[in-house]
Design a protein around this ligand. Structure first.
Ligand code: AMP
Ligand code: MG
Length: 308
């Protein structure tokens, strides 16, 4: 219990949750062992006790839904969101499942496939909806590795670099771009990410692409103050790195059907590696990111409090 609880708390710290939630993570299995929620309340206060109680409730749901059929998954996801009054409970549940999969990575028992399938069916879509990217990619990559070890290994080999090296590559590319934008007088925010293995596989499969045709394996994003700054930033990017022909899309002057706006380009980045660059204003970014969240909330009619 303790290695799991401590790994879980570290995972929660990694996504930046507050102290009460981390405490509830450490204490996740203890309401029973310590003599009930009353005891937790007395020792750690009502907030931690309520969170730990909520987590316990979700663990019971798992036992009840082990053999969930395909079409029940959406119902289950809704149940998870509807059952909790405090979304932090779901974060603890997701971090706990991530920790369980990490354990299975070192201890390859046969039942890990069931956990992997359930993680892809229920938990990673929840992480996606809550926008907890760090938990989503790890849930998906570990699950994919357990379910499709050969495919996973093939893509990992084609990537040539390990995750940490790919993260460093992105940081270096962002630093170079930041300096060039500053020199051009563009006050931009820059983000970036290495695409995770499961997402690479999904893109190859759904679009029928070869690995070499996936241009956003390494990607950065520029959030600039105005539309004019976006086009200036595009010039800066193409001056810094050579663009790849036919990979430029101007969704600012020609928005997508869903009103999505951005400039997309792919370039030969540092070290000759392909790099995707997206450029958009803050308003376009909010529409792209939170427009989706608002859509989920509307569609799912989840029991949403202000905190949620
Ligand atoms: P994907 O790997 O395309 O499924 O995207 C996963 C996450 O990476 C999402 O949170 C996206 O917002 C983010 N992302 C996608 N493209 C970029 C990019 N060019 N720069 C920075 N983040 C990105
Ligand atoms: Mg992409």
């Amino acid at each position: 219990v303790w290695p799991h609880a401590l790994g879980l708390a570290a995972g929660l710290a990694g996504v930046g949750v507050d102290g009460a939630t981390r405490a509830a993570g450490v204490l996740f299995a203890l309401p029973k062992q310590l003599g009930g929620l009353e005891r937790l309340r007395a020792e750690f206060g009502p907030e931690v006790a309520a969170l730990a109680g909520g987590v316990e409730k979700l663990y019971r749901l798992r036992v009840a839904t082990r053999a969930g059929a395909e079409q029940q998954n959406e119902v289950l996801r809704k149940m998870v969101l509807g059952m909790v009054e405090d979304v932090r409970v779901v974060l603890v549940r997701l971090a706990s499942r991530t920790q369980t999969l990490r354990w299975f990575a070192k201890n390859p028992l046969a039942e890990r496939e069931g956990y992997a399938r359930e993680s892809l069916d229920i938990y990673s879509p929840l992480a996606n909806r809550l926008g907890v990217w760090q938990l989503k990619w790890e849930l998906e990559d570990l699950s994919f590795r357990f379910l499709e070890p050969d495919l996973y290994r093939k893509i990992a080999q084609m990537l040539e670099e390990r995750r940490g090296e790919r993260e460093q590559y992105i940081r270096d590319a962002m630093a170079a771009l930041r300096a060039a934008l500053e020199a051009a007088g563009v006050q931009a925010e820059i983000a970036g990410r290495p695409k995770h293995i499961y997402s690479i596989w999904n893109k190859m499969r759904s679009k029928g692409l070869e690995f070499s045709q996936v241009y956003d394996v390494r990607a950065v994003r520029v959030i600039a103050p105005s539309v004019r700054d976006c086009y200036t930033a595009l010039g800066v990017v193409h001056d810094l790195w050579q663009p790849i022909p036919k990979e430029f899309d101007d969704y600012i002057s020609r928005p997508k059907g869903n009103h999505y706006q951005s400039l997309h380009t792919a370039v030969i980045g540092p070290g000759g590696k392909t790099l995707e660059v997206q450029i958009r204003t803050e308003g376009m970014h909010r529409q792209a990111e939170y427009g989706v969240a608002a859509h989920w909330q509307y569609k799912e009619k989840a029991k949403t409090s202000k905190d949620f």
